[in-house]
Design a protein around this ligand. Structure first.
Ligand code: 26W
Length: 867
């Protein structure tokens, strides 16, 4: 049965007594209130339900079954890719057993649910994680071995699901893992992009090139296409006001949103949640008229334009471009998700006034803010609730997380664009401004403060006028949070200052980010996970479920045998990385060196430029030394990886500089054994999983106050890597946990930044005077020591001119911090102790803790175990 649901009809259907129709679940109760078996012979049904396959012989059977039936192949013509696919499908069968049970359980119990709306879910690979969470890794390893395959090789066949840019998207993925693991009824909602984050290629001259990421080229075994779950989504048209604040929105273009479900298994629990991703499709019959009229091209055009909505992830991170297609994505996704949430809520038979008691919606940054006017539209126009009641429901349903205070990342949409694409929503936004009387209330509280009114309005005056999404998200939400203590404080003091003064501070709080220890310890570093388990004499599940248990390592810090094993794990991870680099790039890496890593999106505020300038400085220093002096230097290998937004010229120049510096210094016979440099192309989750466990030191060197949290800093520390960092984001809280003596801090602090920028603007001091070592590096680059210097002028000018990110202010202390790192590394035993202490104190940074914070402090959600 296909139930194509038009959101405008929601709530109009008469509810059937004694029957609850839930997504995929129909239960009738008898007079005594006992649930009846819905159809056919209960016993036959129950015997037919496939159980989870836990024994090796069943597993091999199911893999062979999929080879023959799903792939139509045989042992004679099965390669690693085919074996991966069959193994994945067998694993999926197991996930589905738990998934079905979970959905039925939730539907029966009807607990409050939370929904995580995120335009990005950076999932990476699934097979390894699914097997770990199911507790079947060993069995599948043995099973595939019997079939002549090595599970590790099969795992490597999987393409990353790269449906995200960076931190925000990976955080969403960690939160899904933790929600399921903590038995919380949380669903994710996102878009099923046909093309995820672009593939990064490096051209011979060192430039970044972008290629599409056809991640769905082979069938994706981890998703279920749900052609029975579709909604009509309208764009354009006109909205005619009716009485009582209601309106009728008609005409325009309609497209279909179709659901794809991705199973999200919890670790060591049956609970298996869902990530629902929407795909856009032309509405059936939509263009029949044009087609019949012989206008084939127009018919195809309409279908292309519908499909375009979910064709590609926007590759910008921290910058907005105001593109109509992006706004279409945002509305398409929020409208489909809300229609689906409303349908599920209605199936519980509750009155719509109870919506916030059963539904909490977390807005992952401002990207889903249209959900606020969309829920207003549903409640006012379709449910016919009075405006005030609807607004009260909205304000009790949503929660808003901010992930950056950088001004260029704050979303604004031109009023004209909104009026055209979403006429009804623009009316609602205007009504929120006037009917809601917010500005009158502000005026009352702060009489005559016109500037304040202008700052707080949802509409920014100017040409064009813009809708400020952060303001809308703030006023429509119950709580607003930042993602690390410092960042949340900055949110209160800067972008939300006026709102804090209006609402009071309690609406604005903090949830420090976290990472899942399943992927970021056990999966990426099995050697370390095994060592920890043996040392603590507990099964891995003990600390993978409660990361604070790592503190038990502290009593082993001084044990030389343990130290030796700890160091051996690091060494083997370095060798694993070196092998990976040799097999993918054909380059040999010195694994006896210190590994220094900076991996993240390329951005001026993250200061990869300062890092490469530091590498050049080190190179010049080595060149200045006598051969005798050089014998005392500890060898170091520096790794970079990260993508630049395709239109971000300066960030792309930084990549080019890194690649060309690498080319020169890796070939210099005088220094190459002491310093080498690699830019690893196409950074992704899977590459992070190989890089992070191999690092001795990693760099988190943003200008103070610019990095909201950072989450890779947590991943490095969990794997025993130390940090070089500024006093920014979660670095601060990491240092609080592990002790400042185990972190290499440097640079100006947040309160100094504004003054320094002011001085740069109005009292500039030439760089030769301010920072001679940096001036020397810049001159070497400009003069062509690393290839045509002229190419880098625009990049060098960002430092020479107003130096907004304060490289000239922090470079000296940065170099000193790196010298301290060198010194500390000389005493290897002390270094290993630092490394152990760091891992041991990472309990706070588990995403299990973070998601429980949201569940308890925000959503009021209860753990619901499937059993
Ligand atoms: C509309 C353009 C755009 C796209 C993405 C603006 C802003 C974003 C994100 C908010 C950028 C982002 O990923 N922010 C990162 O979020 C992480 C998770 O909270 C933090 O750890 C990082 O510090 C923050 O930069």
């Amino acid at each position: 049965m296909t139930s194509t649901i038009d959101p405008s009809t929601i709530g109009k259907a008469k509810s059937r007594r004694h029957i609850r129709t839930l997504t995929g679940y129909t239960a009738e109760t008898d007079a005594a209130g006992k649930e009846k078996w819905p159809i056919g012979d209960e016993k036959v049904w129950k015997e037919g339900i496939p159980p989870v396959t836990t024994e090796v012989p069943q597993i091999t059977k199911s893999v062979v079954h999929h080879v023959h039936t799903s792939l139509a192949r045989q042992a004679y013509n099965l390669d690693n890719l085919g074996a991966y696919q069959a193994t994945a499908m067998s694993t999926r069968d197991n996930l589905l057993a738990n998934w079905n049970e979970t959905q039925l359980h939730y539907n029966r119990k009807a607990p409050k649910r939370a929904y995580y709306l995120s335009l990005e879910f950076l999932m990476g690979r699934t097979l390894d994680n699914a097997l770990l969470n199911l507790g079947l890794k060993q069995q599948y390893g043995d099973g595939t071995q019997k079939l002549g395959f090595n599970l590790e090789d099969l795992i490597e066949q999987e393409r990353d699901a790269g449906l995200g840019n960076g931190g925000l998207g990976r955080l969403a993925a960690c939160y899904l893992d933790s929600s399921a693991s903590q038995e919380l009824p949380v669903w994710g909602y996102g878009l099923r992009y046909k093309y995820g984050i672009f593939q990064q290629l490096i051209s011979p001259d060192g430039s970044q090139l972008e290629a599409p990421d056809p991640w769905l080229e082979h069938d994706n075994p981890w998703e279920l296409a749900r052609s029975d779950v579709t909604y009509h989504i309208r764009f354009y048209g006109y909205a005619e006001r009716l009485e009582g604040g209601r309106a009728l929105w008609q005409g325009g273009q309609e497209v279909l949103a179709m659901a794809y479900d991705v199973m999200i298994p919890g670790y060591a629990t049956k609970n298996t949640n869902n990530l629902r991703l929407w795909e856009s499709k032309p509405k059936r019959g939509f263009d029949l008229q044009s087609f019949n009229a012989g206008d084939y091209e127009r018919a195809v055009e309409a279908s292309n334009s519908a499909e375009a909505i979910t064709s590609v992830l926007y590759p910008n991170d921290h910058t907005t471009f105001g593109k109509e297609l992006r706004l279409k994505q945002q509305y398409f996704w929020t409208a489909a998700s809300l229609a689906d949430i409303m349908r599920r809520f209605k199936n519980t038979g509750k009155d719509v006034s109870e919506f916030p008691d059963y539904v909490a919606i977390q807005l992952n940054d401002t990207h889903p803010t249209l959900a606020i006017p969309e829920l207003m539209r549903m409640l006012v126009d379709e449910e016919e609730l009075p405006w005030d009641k609807a607004w009260e429901i909205v304000c009790n349903t949503f929660f808003f997380t901010n992930h950056t205070v950088l001004p260029e990342a704050l979303e604004k949409w031109p009023v004209g664009l909104m009026e055209n694409l979403l006429p009804r929503h623009m009316q609602i936004i205007y009504d929120i401004v006037s009917v809601w009387a917010f500005l009158q209330a502000v005026e009352k509280k702060f009489p005559g403060d016109k500037d304040r009114l202008a700052r707080m309005s949802l509409i920014e005056e100017g040409f064009p006028k813009n809708v400020r999404m952060a303001n809308l998200a703030c006023i429509g939400s119950r709580k607003v949070n930042g993602v690390a203590e410092l960042h949340s404080e900055l949110v209160r003091q800067t972008i939300m200052k006026d709102f804090v003064e209006f609402y009071g501070v309690s609406k604005f709080s903090n949830v420090t980010n976290g990472i899942t220890p399943r992927r970021w310890l056990d999966q990426c570093n099995p050697g370390l996970s095994n060592l920890i388990s043996e040392t603590l004499k507990v099964p891995k599940a003990t600390f993978l479920k409660d990361l604070y248990k790592l503190e038990g390592l502290l009593e082993h810090v001084d044990d030389p045998a343990f130290q030796k094993r700890w160091a051996a794990v690091k060494q083997s991870n370095k060798e694993r990385l070196a092998q990976h680099i040799e097999s993918t790039l054909g380059l040999k890496v010195n694994t006896r060196a210190m590994f220094d890593v900076q991996i993240k999106r390329l951005h001026e505020y993250k200061r990869q430029t300062m890092n490469i300038m530091g590498v050049i400085h080190r190179y010049l220093t080595l060149k200045d030394m006598t051969p005798e002096q050089r014998t005392k230097v500890n060898p170091k290998v520096v790794f970079f990886a990260g993508k630049a937004a395709p239109g971000y010229y300066i960030a792309k120049l930084t990549i080019r500089l890194i690649v060309n510096v690498a080319r020169i210094i890796n070939e210099d016979p005088e220094t190459k054994d002491l310093l080498s440099l690699y830019f690893l192309p196409d950074y992704c989750v899977s590459l992070a999983e190989v890089l992070i466990p191999a690092s001795d030191i990693s760099q988190h060197i943003s200008t103070a106050g610019t990095e909201a949290s950072g989450t890779s800093n947590m991943k490095f520390c969990l794997n025993g890597g130390l940090l070089v960092g500024t006093v920014d984001g979660a670095n601060i809280e990491i240092a609080e946990e592990v002790g400042e003596s185990n972190v290499f801090f440097f640079g100006n602090l947040t309160p100094a930044v504004e003054d320094l920028r002011y001085q740069h603007m109005y009292h500039p001091v030439p760089i030769e005077q301010k920072c001679p070592p940096l001036a020397r590096v810049i001159n070497e680059v400009a003069e062509g020591r690393f290839g045509d210097g002229g190419v880098y002028e625009p990049l060098l000018n960002t430092i020479r001119q107003n130096d907004y990110y304060l490289l000239t202010e922090d470079f000296d202390s940065y170099i000193k911090a790196l010298e301290l790192v060198d010194q500390a590394y000389q005493d290897r035993t002390e270094w290993i102790k630092k490394s152990i202490r760091t891992s041991a104190k990472m309990g706070k940074f588990s995403s299990d803790r973070a998601i429980m914070d949201y569940a308890q402090e925000y959503w009021n959600l209860e753990q619901t175990s499937v059993g």
